[in-house]
Design a protein around this ligand. Structure first.
Ligand SMILES: Nc1ncnc2c1ncn2[C@@H]1O[C@H](COP(=O)(O)OP(=O)(O)OP(=O)(O)O)[C@@H](O)[C@H]1O
Ligand SMILES: [Mg+2]
Length: 249
């Protein structure tokens, strides 16, 4: 239950060979971080899970089901089970925060407007944004919009959540709150998470396992300890944030 597997994934855009044989397995309930430089292909990789991109080669499994060749429509139910918080939070500017979060509830659960609003408020509460429920996205900066996008992603009680840089651009207190939320989902609800992040505090705070993408492949897949103790100079350069080193930029 709740596992994710990428098997030998290749993906190119023209001459840009982004993924060159990625193998990755995430166990049920795990918090799995994917790290790597800008442009390494982190967002591209996770988009394969919900059919936003299709691999040139390789297979993708969700909870043991091979989803590689599903038709667009067959991905609809998958997208309810596997929520994605996109890197650039995609809120509707003309709707209040409450309406944004209530949208998937209204669409998929067929509940009354009042009930949808109540549930939306409960989700907003979890990210500390309930008091702003009647305001519009334009009133807020990236960090707070991101929190609302997280609240919206969690409305349908997904089994899997993909967080694409959830703490980037957020203040440290809010970032810690988001980390706590991800941990709570894993510990208490058995949610399987993939978190894409550059945030060392998050990575070495809550990751069960980490994988680093470099030049189209995973150069290391292991625990926090295995990353800290790795003698791969590229891994060390990245996790220590060193400007000089072997990594090609
Ligand atoms: N739909 C697309 N069409 C063409 N090229 C794409 C597309 N999506 C991504 N790419 C390219 O694939 C490469 C990897 O992009 P990706 O967004 O996965 O990087 P990333 O690791 O998420 O980086 P960042 O940390 O900056 O978000 C980039 O060179 C990008 O330009
Ligand atoms: Mg990205």
């Amino acid at each position: 239950m709740g596992s994710i597997e990428f098997r030998n994934i290749y993906k190119s855009f023209g001459d840009n060979h982004v993924l060159r044989g990625v193998d990755l397995q995430v166990d049920s309930g795990e918090i799995f971080f994917v790290i790597g430089q800008s442009g390494a292909g982190k967002s591209v990789l996770v988009k394969h899970l919900i059919g936003l991109l299709r691999p040139d080669q390789g297979r993708v499994f969700l909870d043991g089901q091979d989803v590689t060749d599903l038709k667009e429509k067959q991905f609809y139910p998958i997208r309810k089970r596997c929520a994605m918080v996109f890197q650039n939070s995609t809120l509707f500017d003309s709707m209040t925060l409450r309406e944004n979060v209530a949208l998937p509830i209204r669409k998929h659960l067929g509940v009354s407007e009042e009930e949808a609003a109540e549930r939306a408020d409960a989700e907003l509460e979890k990210v500390g944004m309930k008091r702003y429920a009647e305001r519009f996205p334009a009133d807020f900066g990236d960090g707070m919009r991101k929190k609302v996008a997280i609240a919206r992603a969690l409305t349908l009680d997904p089994e899997f959540v993909i967080f694409d840089e959830p703490t980037t651009g957020i203040d440290p207190i809010s970032a810690a709150m988001v980390d706590d939320l991800i941990k709570h989902l894993s510990d208490h609800l058995g949610v399987t998470s993939i978190v894409i992040s550059h945030d060392l505090r998050s990575i070495f705070g809550i990751a069960d396992r980490i994988a680093m993408l470099y030049q189209g492949k995973l150069i290391l897949d292991g625990t926090q300890e295995e990353f800290k103790n790795s003698d791969d100079p590229i891994v060390q350069q990245f996790i220590q944030g060193l400007p000089d080193g072997p990594m090609e930029v």
